[in-house]
Ligand binder design. Structure first.
Ligand code: PEP
Ligand code: MG
Length: 571
């Protein structure tokens, strides 16, 4: 069994077709006079653009509009005046078109690869793709064609460029395996859009997998099984059938309202870390953002992001969401999230130390800048503000006071903002739980952070394998905490959501519905499965499950009972 990166879900069984790259050798060919080379180069660019437009059209039909843009973007990249200008300059100096193209492409590739940002590094693959396609045109070679591949083909290649991927017919290609590429590469995005199982980043696969041999591609686990025996084939056929059944069920949930079997509606939002994730949340059918973890804007850099930079990020997310809620959580540093440039002192117990709102209130200038940026972004869409790690009412009051100060200053400066921006808190500490009735008086909403809450309530480090069994939201202590927090929110008529991992746990679903949770915020990839889990429970069934469970003394009993309920059976 070979282990690579799980890049596109599903199981494929088929025969290997090895995509061998053309040897794009031109070094023996002398350059023609510059004028002729220039004509050749410009002709190649024209042909390339024509071919690319055709490929984009193909992709629009097979995968969708957004995916087609990955290819169309190549035409735009080629119209970068510096890219083509630099090539033409080198041709003018007597270079052969191929050599000039190669050198300038390598320059761009190196420049993109040097970036710390994934999206920018990704553009190196695009330049490589453009270069290969243009070299093929210049050398009169036919680009690799996969559209003719027979039914049941597993494509194996060093790397599958977006333009090659554009030719994939998902009816015939049952799997993709490559040596290079990861989950965020364009080939992975295209494989997912085409719903072809893919394992990428598997070194040596082009030599280990023989053309024509039979293989299993498990894109969910990132595994490839060469030459499987009958028993393995049978097991994977069954796994594929289960996977397809589940996919069909989940697809039915796309665009459907999030409601129980008895018709009660709840909100289903996404947790995001980057502004562009807001777009992804919508693609996955999320109804808004219940948690924007802004600390990621502060990471992988050497100084704090300024107000304008933050504003641009919040605005981008808010604009993408339109009138759907965007819940922006203020900086939650400390614990396991240290920012090296802040020179935070080393702590004996960082999870019990200067975390979240505690750090921000000791460094009000950092929080103040962020509050100004969030306020300014609040003129767009439905922005809500949320403080993390609240453990006392004073912390909430202090956060609010700083917000009011920012409002006064922005007003004086003539800056627009929403004066009624809702201000909520994460309820994720034991103290906030016990004081939830008091906190509900001054918070406009609650969001339950079960990741921290479980750890703190159980006094249990989730990363310590010796006690990992204790770290479960199904522990009676955690369930009682959650029920109490929701009760307090209800008593004060404020909405209450959950943005910890437990919101996506199907065993938690009936309990959260029975307690009266208003909204669930989960990873974008879990939206459809959570909607499906919610749709399987009527409110009365959920209440009877909760009633049974809330009398139980152990996590084991709770778990066993919920697992056995027919509504909780996997699709
Ligand atoms: C949580 O604690 O449940 C939560 C959502 O916050 P984070 O995981 O960012 O600490
Ligand atoms: Mg937390």
């Amino acid at each position: 069994m070979l282990q690579g990166i799980a890049a596109s879900d599903g199981i494929g069984l088929g025969r290997v077709m090895l995509l061998e790259e053309h040897s794009l050798v031109y070094s023996d060919l002398p350059p023609a006079p510059p004028q002729e080379e220039l004509v050749r180069f410009r002709g190649a660019v024209e042909t390339f653009c024509r071919n690319t437009r055709k490929q984009a059209e193909l992709l629009r039909h097979s995968a969708g509009h957004k995916e087609a843009q990955i290819i169309s973007a190549h035409i735009q990249m080629l119209s970068d005046p510096y890219f083509c200008g630099e090539i033409e300059k080198r041709i003018g100096e007597g270079q052969r078109a191929e050599a000039a193209l190669e050198q300038v492409s390598q320059l761009f590739i190196a420049m993109f690869l040097a970036s710390g940002e994934d999206v920018i590094r990704q553009r190196a693959a695009d330049v490589r793709d453009i270069r290969t396609a243009l070299l093929c045109v210049l050398l009169g070679l036919k680009e690799i064609e996969v559209s003719e591949a027979p039914k049941g083909t597993v494509l194996v290649a060093k790397e599958i460029s977006p333009s090659v991927a554009a030719g994939i017919n998902p009816k015939n290609i049952v799997g993709i395996v490559t040596e290079i590429g990861g989950r965020t590469s364009h080939s992975a995005i295209l494989a997912r859009a085409l719903q072809v199982p893919a394992v990428l980043g598997l070194p040596g696969s082009t030599t280990l997998l023989k053309p024509g041999s039979y293989v299993v591609v498990d894109g969910t686990e990132g595994q490839v099984l060469p030459d499987p025996d009958e028993a393995v084939i049978l097991a994977y056929r069954q796994k594929r059938a289960r996977f397809l059944r589940r996919r069909r069920q989940l697809n039915k949930m796309r665009g459907a309202p999030t409601q129980t079997a008895s018709g009660e509606r709840v909100g289903l939002y996404c947790n995001i870390s980057k502004p562009e994730d807001a777009e992804k949340a919508l693609e996955e059918d999320g109804e808004g953002v219940g948690l924007f973890r802004t600390e990621f804007l502060f990471m992988d850099r050497d100084r704090l992001p300024g107000e304008e930079e933050q504003l641009a990020a919040y605005r981008r997310a808010a604009a993408a969401l339109g009138d759907r809620p965007l819940t922006i959580r203020t900086l939650d540093v400390g614990g396991d999230k240290a920012l090296p440039y802040l020179n935070m002192p080393k702590e004996e117990n960082p999870f019990l130390g200067l975390r979240g709102i505690r750090y921000c209130l000791q460094h009000p200038e950092i929080l103040y800048t962020q509050l100004r940026a969030i306020l300014r972004a609040s003129v767009i869409g439905k922005v809500r503000l949320m403080f993390p790690m609240i453990s006392t009412p004073e912390e909430l009051w202090a956060g609010r006071a700083l917000l009011e100060k920012a409002k006064v200053e922005l007003t004086a400066q003539g800056e627009a903002f929403n004066p009624n921006i809702p201000v909520g808190i994460m309820v994720e500490t034991p103290s906030a739980t016990v004081l939830a009735d008091l906190l509900a008086r001054d918070a406009d909403f609650f969001s339950i952070g079960t990741n921290d809450l479980t750890g703190y309530m159980m006094a249990c480090d989730r990363n310590n394998p010796q006690i990992s069994g204790m770290f479960s939201p199904l522990q009676p202590c955690v369930l009682r905490s959650i029920r109490y927090i929701i009760d307090c929110a209800k008593a004060h008529k404020i909405p209450v959501g959950m943005c910890g991992e437990a919101a996506a746990d199907p065993l938690m679903t009936p309990l959260l519905l029975a307690f009266g949770l208003n909204d669930f915020s989960v990873a974008a990839t879990s939206v459809l499965s959570v909607r499906s889990a919610i749709s399987r429970w009527s409110l009365s069934a959920a209440r009877s499950a909760a009633q049974a469970v809330m009398d139980m003394a152990t996590e084991e009993d709770v778990n066993r009972y919920l697992q056995a309920r027919p509504e909780a059976q996997p699709l």
